[in-house]
Write a protein that binds this ligand. Sequence first.
Ligand SMILES: [Zn+2]
Length: 70
Amino acid sequence: MADMTVSCVFCGRPVNPNLRETYRTIEAFDRPGKQGGSDVVLRKPTGRYAHPGCVDMERAGINVRQETLV
Ligand SMILES: [Zn+2]
């Protein structure tokens, strides 16, 4: 297998898509679900990847912003 690396969508540094810890972005369709959740269907990978640390930081930032909206 080729040692391919791609750029992290958040920090732009190389990320190895073959590592289990690496996140990949997906494209999907989402609609409100019956129990207050959401139905997410037709997921497909977009070929973009991110470091777990970068995803954690982004999630933390989004949580902060959502709390200020409430
Ligand atoms: Zn990163």
